[in-house]
Design a protein around this ligand. Structure first.
Ligand SMILES: Cc1cc2nc3c(=O)[nH]c(=O)nc-3n(C[C@H](O)[C@H](O)[C@H](O)COP(=O)(O)O)c2cc1C
Length: 175
């Protein structure tokens, strides 16, 4: 049985020192040993979605990285009660080409509140036929109060929630 899975991680925030990137780093540490993580760093280089037949190189690279991954783990903040535009734009590029079809996806929304973005992203992931396994989505409100200056997650419940997301993502890959 192949127990080494490749997980592509995507942070919905482009900010340096972003709390969602810190959350992903914590998730990557939890999965060390059994999982190989690759961070997708190209969100800002993706052009705005249009339905042209010619695919820009940055978009082709994004699609290839999704295809190469066994699963995807997204961690995003909420902006203005919605999904950050760069992240939504990236997902829009896959609607007709189907890179997310049947792809297990873990979703963590880590924000001040985050309910709207979380619900909206779950709908988008369903629209692109991604599979969010049971227990592989997590909403973490007040994220900034749960991370210290060094970027470590100080909140026990959040750390436990992250472990659960990873466990359920891996379980879906093993089924
Ligand atoms: C322009 C802007 C709009 C925001 N709107 C919301 C919002 O609607 N809901 C929410 O929960 N947080 C909102 N926030 C707070 C961020 O989601 C929060 O600071 C989050 O931790 C940022 O994530 P990051 O550190 O990964 O960039 C907003 C922040 C900014 C800068």
């Amino acid at each position: 049985m192949n127990d080494t899975y490749h997980i592509l991680t995507i942070a919905g925030s482009l900010r340096e020192n972003s709390s969602t990137a810190h959350v992903l780093r914590a998730a990557e540490k939890l999965g060390q040993g059994t999982l190989v993580f690759t961070r997708y760093l190209g969100l800002a280089s993706l052009p705005a979605f249009d339905d042209h037949e010619e695919i820009p190189a940055a978009v082709a690279d994004f699609k290839q990285q999704i295809q190469a991954a066994d699963a995807v783990l997204i961690c995003t903040p909420e902006y203005a009660f919605g999904v950050p535009g760069a992240l939504k734009n990236a997902l829009d590029w896959t609607i007709s080409s189907g890179e997310f079809v049947n792809k297990p996806v873990g979703l963590i929304t880590a924000s001040t509140r985050g309910e709207s973005a979380h619900a909206s992203l779950l709908l988008t992931l369903s629209a692109i036929s991604a599979i969010v396994p049971e227990g592989a989505s997590l909403l973490v409100p007040f994220i900034r109060s749960k991370i210290d200056a060094a970027g470590n997650i100080t909140d026990w419940e959040t750390r436990r929630g992250l472990s659960t997301v990873i466990e359920n993502l891996v379980r879906a890959l093993q089924e």
